[in-house]
Design a protein around this ligand. Sequence first.
Ligand SMILES: Nc1nc2c(ncn2[C@@H]2O[C@H](COP(=O)(O)OP(=O)(O)OP(=O)(O)O)[C@@H](O)[C@H]2O)c(=O)[nH]1
Ligand SMILES: [Mg+2]
Length: 689
Amino acid sequence: MVFYLSAICYGRRALSLSPSITAKALHYSLRSKTKVPPTPSGKQPHNAHRRCIFGSTKITHHRGSFLHDDDVTLKPGQRIAIVPGGIRSKKASLRKMKNPQGISDRPFIDRIQIKTRGGSGGKGALSFHSLGSYKKRPCGGHGGRGGNVYLVTDPTISSLKMEKHHYMGGDGGRGGKNAMQGKNGTDVFVRVPCGVVVRRVLDWDEIEHDEDIGEEEELVTGFEAQTSMVGSSNEFDNEGEEDELEAELFEEQNLEEDNSDEDDEFFGREEIEVEHYSATSSEFNHDDNGGSDDENDQTINPHEKEDFGTEYEKIQSMKRQRKRRRKLRGAPLDYDDVVDQEVRGEDGMFHWSAPETSDDNDVMATTAYSGNAIRKTVFLADLDKPHTTLLVAEGGKPGVGNQAYANRPYFSNMESNAAKKSIPGMGETTYLELELKLIADVGLVGFPNAGKSSLLSAMSRARPKIASYPFTTLHPLVGSIQYRDGYQIVMADVPGLIDGAAEGRGRGIEFLRHIERTKALVYMVDAAGVDGRDPVNDLKILGKELREYGSSGIYGENEIGGEGEYEQEVRRRRREIMNRPSLILANKMDLISELDADMGRREELLFRLGQAGEEVGIFCEHGDVQGISAGVTGEGLRGLSKRLRQVLADMTNDTTNIADEYVASYLFMHAERQSSPEKDVSIARRANK
Ligand SMILES: Nc1nc2c(ncn2[C@@H]2O[C@H](COP(=O)(O)OP(=O)(O)OP(=O)(O)O)[C@@H](O)[C@H]2O)c(=O)[nH]1
Ligand SMILES: [Mg+2]
C-alpha cells in the first residue's frame, strides 16, 4: 500500500501532536476527524474528511524520520506528503536501518500443531407451496455443503510460521423456500512450505478408548447423539408442530427400520444418528429401568436424563483431569536455556562440546526435544512437491430440503422423515502436527563456528548471521547457489552440532533431521583450530554422530502404525546418510601462516582429514578433501562450486560437461570484491560481525 497523506490547514485551531506519535497513528487520528469546514473557496476538498488538520500545525520530525525530514509549519491550504514514499517503503527503510546487511532474521518454525474444522452443512428447508395447484406441496430447498479445509504447498514460503492455529471452513447456507438451495461453505486453503510432513494427532478418546473407560465412553457418545437430535428439533420452521414431530420421531423408530433402506438409497446417505440413537436409548433405558417393556424403551424419562447427566459430568471431569496431567507431562522446556547450559561453562566462557552436565540436564535436553511428541500421531502425508493439495477436514453434509418428497406418491411419515433429513452434518475436526523437513540438495554439517554460515553467504545470496561465537545460527537456513546457465543447487546451513548431537544434545536431533532429505553432505571443520580444537578429531566426532543418527529410531517412535510406508522410507533415508556423497572442507585456510604453508602443513592436514574420514566411514572421494577460506579470501570456492555440481550430476547420471564458466555466478561477485582492497575490508568486517 502506498499512500501520501496530505495535510490541509484551515483556520487557526491547533492540533497538538504527541511527541510519541507515529505516522500511522497520525493517519488514524486524521481519519477520525469527520467534520470538515468548507475551504475558503466554499468547496469541499476531495476526501477532505480524511486528510484535514485543523489550524496551523507544526509537524516536528522525531524518532528518525517518521514524519518529515525537517520541521514543517503548515500554512492554510498547504499540502505536504507526511510519509514520502508511503508507509510500507518507510517501514522497509527502517528495517534496513536496523539491519543494514539484510541478515536473515525471519522467524523459522519447523514444527507446529494446528486445528482444522470443516464448516457445518446448511440446514434443509421445510416449507410448502401456499398458492395455486401446487398448494401444500413440499418445496424446501437443500442446504449448502460445509467448506473443506485443505493444505497447499507453496514453494515461495520456507517456514511454518502461520497467521493462526485454527482454520475453519465456511458453514453452508440454509436452504430456502421455493426449492432454493443454500450456498456452499467456502473452502479454506492453508499454505504450507514444501517438505511438510503431516500427521494427525490422535484424539484422546482414540488413544485411551479401549483402556479403561470403554463402556462409559459409548454411553457418552450415545447421549450426545440423543441430545443433539432433540435439540435440533427446536429449529424447525413450523414451531407449532415441534412437539408432535418430536414424538413422531421417536415413535417411528420401528417404521424407520422398515423404510430406512429405501430412504438411504433415495438420499444416498447413511442414517448414522438414528441408528445411534435407537441403540443407546434402548441400552440406556434397559440399564436404568431394569428391563422395561419395549414401548417404554422409545421414550425419554426426564429423571433418567438427569441421572445420565451426572454420570456424563463425572466422565467429562475425568477427561479434563487427564488432559491436564498430560499437558504437565509434556510441558515444553525453554530450548535456549538448555543450549546455554550446555555451551556456557562454569568459567563463563563458551565451550564447543558441552561441559560436563549432570544427568538431569541431559534428561532436560531430551525431554525438551521430545516434549512436543507426547501425543500419539498417525502419518497422513508427506507434502514434498509444490502445489500439492491435501484435504484435511471435510465440511459437513448438507441437510436435505423437503422438496425431495415432492414427487413421492405417499405422504405417510413424510414430515418427520423430512425433519430428520433436514438436519445437516457437522464438519470434521482434526488436530494436525506439521513438521517441516528442509528439501535441499546439499547439507552443511560442522561444529559451531566452523564457518558454515560464512560459506552459505559466500556462495549464495542468503544472508545468515555470522559471528565468532558458537550457535550463532539457531535455525536451519537454505540458500540457492546460482549457476550462470540457470542451474541451481539448494544448500542448507544446519546449526552447529556438538558431541552427543545424535542423542539430542544441543537440539542435535532437531537439526539433523533437516539433512535427511539432502542428496550430498558437506562436512566442515575449522582448519586453523581458532578455538583450540583439533580439526581431525572434530571430523571423527561428526562422522560418529551422523552414523549414530542414521541408525537411531525415527522421531516420534510412539506413533501408531510405526511400520508404515512413510516410517520405512524415513529409516531408509537415515540408514543411507553415511552412503551419501560427501565433501570434507577445511575452512579458514587463510589463517595458516605462509611459513606453515611452505612446510607443507596444509597438504598434511588435508591428508589426515581424508584418513579420518575414511576411518569413520564418510563416503568421500580422494579429491574431495579441500581447503577453503569461506569468510575472508574466498579461496577454493570456485572449485568447490564446480565440484558440488559435478557430484550432483553424477548422482543423476547427468553427462553435461560442466564448463568453467558454469561456476556459481555469485562467486564472481565475491571474487570481484576481493580485487578491491577497500571491499576486502568490508567483507572481512562482515564476516567478523
Ligand atoms: N579467518 C577466517 N575466519 C573465518 C572464515 N570463515 C568464517 N570465519 C569466521 O568464523 C566465525 C564463525 O563463522 P560462522 O560462519 O558464523 O560459523 P558457523 O559454522 O555458521 O557457526 P554457528 O552458526 O555457530 O554454527 C566468524 O567470526 C567468521 O568471521 C575464514 O575463511 N577465515
Ligand atoms: Mg552459522
